[in-house]
Ligand binder design. Structure first.
Ligand SMILES: CC(C)(COP(=O)(O)OP(=O)(O)OC[C@H]1O[C@@H](n2cnc3c(N)ncnc32)[C@H](O)[C@@H]1OP(=O)(O)O)[C@@H](O)C(=O)NCCC(=O)NCCS
Length: 201
């Protein structure tokens, strides 16, 4: 195989009413993700003991119906194997370490990268890379702007299980052109990249 051909050929589609079943199948195959969050943690409702897994599922589906969610799904053939959530700060207000984030906040970004997830048997095969790359392409199509991610540092610490990296790893975002802005937890950084919009280039 030539060097420039990836071993893994994924396709991507947005999470919409048409792809909801594919997304739901992946979530259900992974126990609702974190025992039933249904990727609601960053949305305005957030998570909490008062929200059951089925309420989280309904809330997520309501966002899909209303068009208040941006999420790229990654497919291996017909199977949805992962996703990357993104959106405006209003759409994704509940980031981790919000207090530390707000303490040194000067300007909000136009876009945030939220949760990233790859099905357990598909990890370390470039699914998250494909998901974030497609999310950045979608942001470019939508006019671009300042994009923030909140990944975990990998270097300088013990190897961690992928389960702990739900906002992605610093290495991945560095590879995709993001730079450190500030630290908001022992291992979590605000990283930023400016994306020029597709129109007007
Ligand atoms: C973190 C996670 C998204 C990574 O997905 P993935 O598809 O395995 O990642 P990729 O194969 O695209 O990896 C891209 C790069 O990220 C880094 N990376 C990914 N997983 C890593 C890990 N466990 N440790 C260190 N670095 C890691 C590497 O630099 C990797 O590049 P390389 O494999 O060429 O070295 C995945 O482990 C996961 O889904 N964890 C659970 C997160 C979760 O619970 N999300 C819920 C959100 S609602």
């Amino acid at each position: 195989m030539p060097d420039n051909v990836s071993e893994f050929a994924y396709t991507t589609r947005p999470l919409t009413a048409d792809t909801w079943d594919d997304f739901a199948k992946l979530v259900e195959a992974n126990n609702g993700v974190w025992g039933g969050c249904w990727c609601m943690g960053f949305h305005p409702e957030g998570l909490g003991k008062e929200h059951s897994a089925s309420q989280n599922r309904d809330a997520k589906q309501a966002h899909v119906r209303q068009g208040t969610v941006h999420q790229v799904l990654v497919y291996d053939g017909q199977e949805c194997v992962g996703w990357c959530q993104y959106g405006s700060p209003a759409e994704l207000p509940n980031i981790k370490n919000l207090k530390a984030y707000s303490a040194e906040l000067t300007d909000l970004p136009d876009w945030r990268i939220g949760c990233i997830f790859t099905g357990k048997s598909h990890r370390r095969k470039g699914v998250a890379r494909a998901a974030v790359t497609a999310a950045l392409a979608a942001i470019e199509e939508a006019g671009g702007g300042l994009v923030e991610a909140y990944p975990e540092q990998v270097e300088g610490r013990e190897p961690q299980r992928g389960a702990y990296f739900h906002t992605g790893t610093e290495n991945l975002f560095e590879e995709l052109g993001f730079e450190r802005d500030r630290r908001i937890a022992k291992w979590r950084w605000v990283m930023r990249r400016h994306i020029q919009g597709a129109v007007g280039r």
